[in-house]
Write a protein that binds this ligand. Sequence first.
Ligand SMILES: [Zn+2]
Length: 445
Amino acid sequence: MDLTEQVLKKKGLRSDALWTHPLIFTTPLRRIPLFFDVRSLLLSQYWPRTRLNRLANDRLDTLLQEAKLLPLWQKQLQTYEREKGDPVDQLQLLPISSKSTYAGREDSEFTSVDELKRSHQDFTSGSTGRPFGYYFGWRSELRCFAFCERTFYAVGHGLRHDVISMRARHRIGFIFYRHVMFYLAASADIQYRLAELLATLRVRTHPVILYGYTSWIVELAKQVRKGVSVPSVFALVATGEGIGARDRQMIEDVFQAPFYTTYATRELGWLGFECEKKRMHVNEEWAYLEIVDAQGRRLPDGQEGRIVVTTFDNTVMPFIRYDIGDRGSIDVDACSCGRTLRTITFSGRQSDVIDLGDGHTLSLLDISPLFDAYWDAVHQYQIVQTAPLDFTLRIIPGPSFNDRREALQNRIRRSLHPNARLQWETVDRIEPAKSGKALYYIKAF
Ligand SMILES: [Zn+2]
């Protein structure tokens, strides 16, 4: 086992027991393992597939052995043994989990009591609006920093750039010494603090990477497009929501810089990053990602289904075959950037699929370009579905709203359903989700 592998498997001098000791973890000394983690991840992304697969099996085995000690997983993992075959194959025998797997249970059923002292408790609401409490261990946090670094190295073309993060609150897993935080409550605040934000970008001597929720960067680009001079940025990076091709193009045109997305959730950490070829690579040293059908059976590469995730490092509260609420497929062909990490293509977030009844569904990504084309008529929107074919279009109107309303309404109806009933509600402000993320769609029945 060479040093890279030792580091990735947290063996020897990279042991978590050592580096998550409070006397080390809470001091700048934790930059030592971070340094080695980052070096290792920059190498392993180019490893041969067989070596990456072996690593995934070893890391998964370590996780399952730890999970086996917890009441929630004990029974399900009863028959699990490394000797019986590859852990990734045995994983398929386990049921799919979700937030509801943990709901109504005592923490002691699904958390490692010993490790609780070395973890953070946090909550996520997501698009469901219901808060979900979870624990994120220091073991995870330490490693998470390194994945954050790798993401920004990739979009920075192998160089280190300063990052300005537009955020609603701070987040576990960020390298704070390299990120300048620009706090905002919601995307609607961007218009009021635009000058301040642009000034923050202009004072930097080298072009920075600008990072934020997808909806925030879209909003920022729309504001800048109105005629403000654009500071030079190296790249823009977004997380949190899907984005349509038009919005992508609009952002790149406005800033004259490449735009990338990352795949991350609060409870699961950094799951993937886009490379310079704009393909989403899975952080396979961090998580095992599967595509499954409605019954939870694993689908072959290339087939579309639900994305379920097992993360390796969060032993305080294991997430095993966790349904993240997104859909997509694992790509069959390798990426031309040279990285061997698998890539995925999203087909929409489950929460953003509008169900029109009778088996008809529509992705929000089909509707959002319509609003983009009418950006001077609608500054911000939220679609509230009150019955299968009844929609309230809650909007912050723009100057040409009254003139273009009819035309936009016809186009939306045509995309949704010929019998859809639409009504408009103009407001001054649209409340985001608790996380600060914009809510484009709410199912209210
Ligand atoms: Zn690539």
